[in-house]
Design a protein around this ligand. Structure first.
Ligand code: NDP
Length: 243
């Protein structure tokens, strides 16, 4: 199986690419971090799978089309896409300017859509799509641009599962709580600055360790293996989401 993982140069995407690289060939997408992406490729090759690094800003639909063509050409097909690339640029709603809003939504939501749209002709029949959402989509945490972009992924998951399920394409999402990565550092710094407006309410039932990228990667691997999970949003948040 050939899998494209977007935003796989570091953090959660890197871990997903490495875990999937145990059994599958992997295209490691990145925007800027070429050398980090190359190191991920080398690690996957050490595990005996094929891997390539593919540069593309997921918010640029032209670049996305070329990226998908490159993956199909160089790895011989495309069977699964993990839409992990994402950014956060948090502010209170009245402080978010148009450019900030557009950048977050175009990367997190529109980017995931254009990558999937470009990939779908190769995924039929029998392929997989996984979106990396966030607890922010349902808990209303972080900020408006981030939560709205991630909530959009839930709608996309359900629509695409309906539209392409009969073609054997499985479409699901994982929704992590806070995971120890660079991005989470940015989020925590922001939340401390606004004195956790309501965010402390979701902090319940947590395991004793902070969620790691590998916890999310295991869930993505499970979704790719399991044929019978369809149109689901799988929470990976240690119980934060229920009270
Ligand atoms: P990081 O900031 O650590 O890594 C982000 C990755 O996405 C990098 O590889 C970066 O590549 C890539 N990326 C960013 N923008 C683009 C773009 N326009 N095109 C292609 N690649 C891009 O983030 P995390 O690992 O923490 O987050 C990964 C995903 O998980 C995101 O979608 C995030 O929203 C989600 N998530 C994270 C949580 C957390 O607490 N960390 C919690 C819930 C969800 P490069 O360096 O080359 O720019």
């Amino acid at each position: 199986m050939v899998v494209l993982v977007t935003g796989a140069s570091r953090g959660i995407g890197r871990e997903i690419a490495l875990e999937l690289g145990d059994d599958h060939d992997v295209a490691v997408n990145y925007r800027r971090s070429e050398s980090a992406a190359t190191r991920v490729v080398e690690k996957i090759e050490d595990r005996g799978s094929e891997a390539i690094a593919v540069q593309a800003d997921v918010a640029d639909s032209g670049a996305v089309g070329s990226m998908v063509d490159t993956v199909v050409e160089e790895l011989g097909g495309l069977d699964a896409v993990v839409n992990n690339a994402g950014i956060v640029d948090p502010d209170l709603a009245t402080e978010i300017d148009d450019e900030q809003w557009a950048r977050v939504v175009e990367t997190n939501l529109t980017g995931a859509f254009t990558v999937t749209r470009a990939a779908l002709e190769h995924l039929v029949p029998g392929g997989d799509v996984v979106f990396v959402s966030s607890i922010g989509a349902t808990a209303g945490t972080v900020d408006a641009s981030y939560a709205a972009s991630k909530a959009g992924l839930h709608g996309l998951t359900r629509v695409l599962a309906r539209e392409y399920g009969d073609d054997g394409v499985q479409v699901n999402a994982v929704a992590p709580g806070p995971v120890e990565t660079e991005m989470n550092g940015t989020i925590l710094e922001y939340l401390e600055g606004i004195e956790f407006r309501g965010h402390e309410n979701v902090d319940t039932h947590l395991p004793e360790y902070a969620c790691q990228p590998a916890d999310v990667a295991h869930t993505v691997a499970y979704l790719l293996e399991n044929e019978y999970v369809q149109g689901e949003i799988v929470n990976v948040n240690g119980g934060m989401g229920f009270r």
